[in-house]
Write a protein that binds this ligand. Structure first.
Ligand SMILES: *[C@@H]1O[C@H](CO)[C@@H](O)[C@H](O)[C@H]1NC(C)=O
Length: 416
């Protein structure tokens, strides 16, 4: 029993607490609880002494702390259960790779503001990679200083464009928490999640101007058991985008706007994409965004699947295309429209989605002719169009949704 507790404790503070509760709640008696508590005090005292402040490595406010942070991280990573701290103040930071595996749990606590250089020289700015039991916290900000870089983004014109650096990358991170941080003015995507398992992203704030190109808030691909809770995101692209290989993703109470909304996709652009399944977008408010909740796939795509996607209890404020399945997604005409998308969409629900639409077509379900959408349910929709020229409409193509509850606009006012 005791061995198990130590192991759990080393792995994760949260599990440690959860486990002690479990023990206390079971009927094994007081003695065991006392043993548990004293072990936890021991663990707490060992980890409390293990703070690696970048200041101790020569990292001072208003200076470049790339070297200091790299050294502090390496030292901390070699010891189990410790913390890298960047205290209040503004610091300059070049591209850094904070790599694991580490000896045990590790916390990255950012209280200050980090500023990226105008030329990062890599496709990321801060990268966390191959770490188990990571906590990123502290309330501080990653300021990507994107203003100078956005004009170099030519992705709207060049299909094979070279992408600008992502503010924060999480690659192969497991059993971890990212909470209370801010990401600002990234040159490209703000947060990218790849190859991760069991990662919780809580209470993050992401901001960039509404016209900044490809500044997606959080992009998730090739990852499972990911939850995003209480995020506040306003950018120039998707607030949250969920790409291929995403499984078991929950987005809970996200506030989005400005931006392009919350989307699954785009899918079907590349060969050998992995299936998307188990996506839940629950609660939250979208304001003045270019789309609401959408699933987008490219035409002339290789075969693929996207299934078990549920959108529920969402408020739309003056949103264009509040509910959208777009299987002919072709931004800037960068695709071949020769054949329909072969990404098969199934088991999708849009439930209790209300508010106002800034376009007449409040609900568009445009599915592929070659693989029509299956098991699509629409329940409790109330979307009001306030502009001139009549009331809201809805279009259904290659889909026959199951309809229940309130339907404003009536489902499938035009269909094919
Ligand atoms: C539809 O999706 C839900 C939620 O992911 C899942 O529980 C259910 O089994 C799926 N239904 C079918 C028929 O696949």
């Amino acid at each position: 029993m005791i061995n198990i507790i130590i192991e759990k404790g080393n792995h994760h503070t949260v599990q440690q607490i959860g486990y002690s509760r479990e023990i206390k709640n079971n009927k094994m008696g007081k003695n065991l609880s006392i043993v548990t508590i004293s072990l936890q005090l021991l663990l707490a005292s060992t980890s409390a002494g293990q703070v690696f402040d970048v200041k101790s490595y020569g990292g001072q406010p208003n200076a470049d702390i790339t070297q200091a942070l790299t050294k502090a991280w390496k030292a901390a990573c070699a010891v189990a259960g410790c913390k890298v701290v960047i205290s209040a103040g503004t610091y300059k930071l070049g591209a850094v790779s904070l790599l694991g595996p580490c000896k045990g749990a590790i916390e990255f606590q950012l209280q200050g503001t980090l500023q990226a250089p105008s030329n990062v020289g890599k496709d990321f700015w801060v990268s966390f990679k191959r770490i188990d039991s990571l906590i990123v916290s502290g309330g501080g900000a990653f300021d990507g200083k994107g203003q100078t870089a956005w004009q170099k983004n030519n992705c709207a014109k060049n299909y094979n464009c070279k992408t600008l650096p992502i503010n924060i990358r999480f690659d192969f991170i497991t059993n971890s928490i990212v909470r209370d941080i801010q990401s600002k003015d990234s040159k490209f995507f703000h947060i990218n999640v790849f190859g991760c398992n069991n990662l919780q992203i809580q209470h993050v704030t992401i901001t960039a101007p509404g016209d900044s190109p490809n500044t997606d808030g959080i992009h998730i691909g090739h990852s499972s058991k990911i939850t995003i809770t209480n995020a506040k995101i306003g950018t120039g692209d998707d607030c949250v985008s969920i790409g291929d290989g995403a499984q078991d993703v929950t987005v809970n109470q996200v506030t989005c706007g400005p931006g392009h909304g919350i989307s699954v996709g785009s899918l079907g652009r590349y060969q050998n994409e992995e299936p998307v399944s188990g996506i839940r977008i629950i609660g939250g408010t979208l304001s003045n965004t270019k789309n609401g909740v959408r699933i987008k796939t490219w035409p002339s795509s290789p075969p693929g699947t996207a299934s078990d996607m549920h959108f529920e209890n969402i408020i739309m404020n003056n949103v264009a295309n509040p509910i959208l399945i777009d299987q002919g997604y072709c931004p800037n005409n960068q695709c071949s429209n020769k054949s329909p998308s072969k990404v098969k969409i199934s088991n999708v629900s849009f439930k209790n989605i209300r508010g106002t639409s800034s376009t007449k077509e409040a609900m568009k379900l445009i599915c592929s002719k070659s693989v029509p959408c299956q098991q699509v349910a629409v329940a409790g929709i109330d979307l009001v169009y306030k502009g001139a020229g009549g009331s809201a409409t809805s279009t259904c193509v290659n889909v026959k949704p199951t309809v229940s509850g309130k339907q404003n606009p009536p489902a499938c006012t035009s269909k094919q």
